[in-house]
Design a protein around this ligand. Structure first.
Ligand SMILES: NC(=O)C1=CN([C@@H]2O[C@H](COP(=O)(O)OP(=O)(O)OC[C@H]3O[C@@H](n4cnc5c(N)ncnc54)[C@H](OP(=O)(O)O)[C@@H]3O)[C@@H](O)[C@H]2O)C=CC1
Ligand SMILES: CC(C)(CO)C(=O)C(=O)O
Length: 306
C-alpha cells in the first residue's frame, strides 16, 4: 500500500514503457526495475524476461515482452523508444498504441534527427524528447546484455525532459538536462561517425591504433566538425583528436552497435550516423569528400544490392 512516508517519486509513479528491449532498452529497463519501477516491455521477439550483466550484478527484468500492438495496451506516461533508427517506422504501431495526449516519448537513439524521425508517428499532444546515450551496451550470444560503461543520458532542458529525469531519478542512470543540447548531440554524433569505420572494416576499437587508420579518422572527423559548426554546435577544434584518443584508449575489443548490426547482417544506421554529415554538408555548401566516400561504402555495405 502507498503511504505518506514513501518518497514522492514512488507516490507519483508513472506508467513507464520501453519499446525495443535490445542493448539500450534492456539497460534502461534493468535500471528502472532495480529502482523498483519495473517498466512494461514492448518488442518484436517474445521473451519472458530480460537480463543485464553489469559487472558483478545480474539484473533480471520480469517480462513478458509484449509483441502485439493491436492488443490495446495501457497508455504510457513516459515511453522510452530504443529500437534502431532503421526500425522506427516498423515500431510506429507501438507508438500509436501506447501514446495519448500528455505522453512523453524519450528517444534513446543515436543521431541528431530523432524528433523529425519520431514525431510523424505519434498523436497530437505527445512530446518527443531526444536523448544522447553515452554508454555502450552489447548483446551477447546467450541473449543477455552486457553493460560496458557508466549509464548516462543527456536530454535537452525542458519540462518534458524533467518528467523523464523524474522517472529515472532513483536509478543508477545519471541524467543531465543540457541548455546547449545541440553541441552535446553533435559531440556524440562525431563519435558515432568515427565508429562507423569499425563497421566498414569489421574490426573493433583496436583498429584505431593503426597510424594510417588514425590519420583517416582524424581527417574524417575534421569534416564532421565543420558541418557541426554550420549546424550551430559549439565544439572546439580539439574534439576530433580527443575522440580519436578515446577510441585508441578503449579496450581493443570494444564494439559499437553499428558493428554489431554488421556482424549480424542487419541493416546499418548509416543514414543517421554517417549519411547525415554529407546530407547537411550539402545544405551548407561544405565540401566533404571523405564523408561522401564513407557514406557510399556504408550504404552499399548495409543495403546492397548484390
Ligand atoms: N548499443 C549501444 O551501445 C548504443 C546504442 N545506441 C543507439 O541506441 C539505439 C538502440 O540501439 P541498440 O539497443 O544497440 O539496438 P538493438 O538492436 O540491441 O535493440 C533494438 C531492439 O528493438 C527491437 N525491435 C526491432 N523492431 C521492433 C519493432 N518493430 N517493434 C518493437 N521492437 C522492435 C529489437 O527486437 P529483436 O530482439 O527482435 O531484434 C531489439 O530488441 C540505436 O539508435 C543505437 O545507435 C546509442 C548508444 C550506445
Ligand atoms: C558505443 C557507442 C557509445 C559509441 O560508438 C555508441 O553510441 C554505439 O555503439 O552506438
Amino acid at each position: 500500500m502507498v503511504t505518506e512516508q514513501q518518497p514522492s517519486s514512488f507516490r507519483e509513479r508513472k506508467r513507464v514503457g520501453v519499446v525495443g528491449p535490445g542493448a539500450i532498452g534492456t539497460t534502461v529497463s534493468a535500471l528502472l526495475h532495480e529502482a523498483g519501477n519495473t517498466p512494461t516491455l514492448y518488442g518484436r521477439t517474445p521473451r519472458t524476461e530480460l537480463t543485464l550483466i553489469d559487472g558483478d550484478r545480474r539484473i533480471v527484468v520480469p517480462g513478458p515482452v509484449r509483441t502485439d500492438p493491436a492488443a490495446q495496451p495501457e497508455k504510457a506516461d513516459v515511453l522510452f523508444l530504443a529500437v534502431k533508427a532503421t526500425q522506427t517506422a516498423a515500431a510506429a504501431p507501438w507508438l500509436r498504441a501506447l501514446c495519448a495526449p500528455g505522453t512523453v516519448v524519450c528517444v534513446l537513439q543515436n543521431g541528431v534527427e530523432q524528433i523529425a524521425a519520431v514525431r510523424p508517428h505519434v498523436p497530437e499532444g505527445v512530446e518527443v524528447v531526444p536523448a544522447v546515450v553515452w554508454f555502450p551496451a552489447q548483446s551477447q550470444e546467450d541473449g543477455t546484455i552486457l553493460l560496458r560503461g557508466e549509464p548516462r543520458l543527456t536530454l535537452p532542458a525542458s519540462p518534458e525532459a524533467e518528467r523523464i529525469a523524474d522517472v529515472l531519478r532513483d536509478t543508477r542512470c545519471q541524467v543531465e538536462l543540457a541548455g546547449d543540447f545541440t553541441t552535446l548531440a553533435w559531440r556524440k554524433l562525431l563519435q558515432n561517425a568515427a565508429a562507423g569505420l569499425m563497421a566498414l572494416t569489421g574490426r573493433r576499437a583496436g583498429v584505431f591504433t593503426r597510424p594510417d587508420f588514425a590519420d583517416l579518422t582524424l581527417d574524417y572527423l575534421k569534416e564532421c566538425l565543420a558541418v557541426s559548426h554550420a549546424e550551430g554546435a559549439a565544439l572546439s577544434d580539439d574534439v576530433p583528436a580527443a575522440i580519436l584518443a578515446r577510441f585508441q584508449a578503449f579496450p581493443a575489443d570494444m564494439s559499437t552497435s553499428i558493428l554489431t548490426d554488421r556482424e549480424a547482417g542487419r541493416p546499418l544506421e548509416w543514414g543517421i550516423r554517417n549519411g547525415v554529415i554529407s546530407r547537411l554538408a550539402r545544405r551548407h555548401d561544405i565540401h566533404t569528400p571523405i564523408s561522401d566516400a564513407i557514406t557510399a561504402l556504408l550504404a552499399a555495405t548495409s543495403d546492397g544490392p548484390g
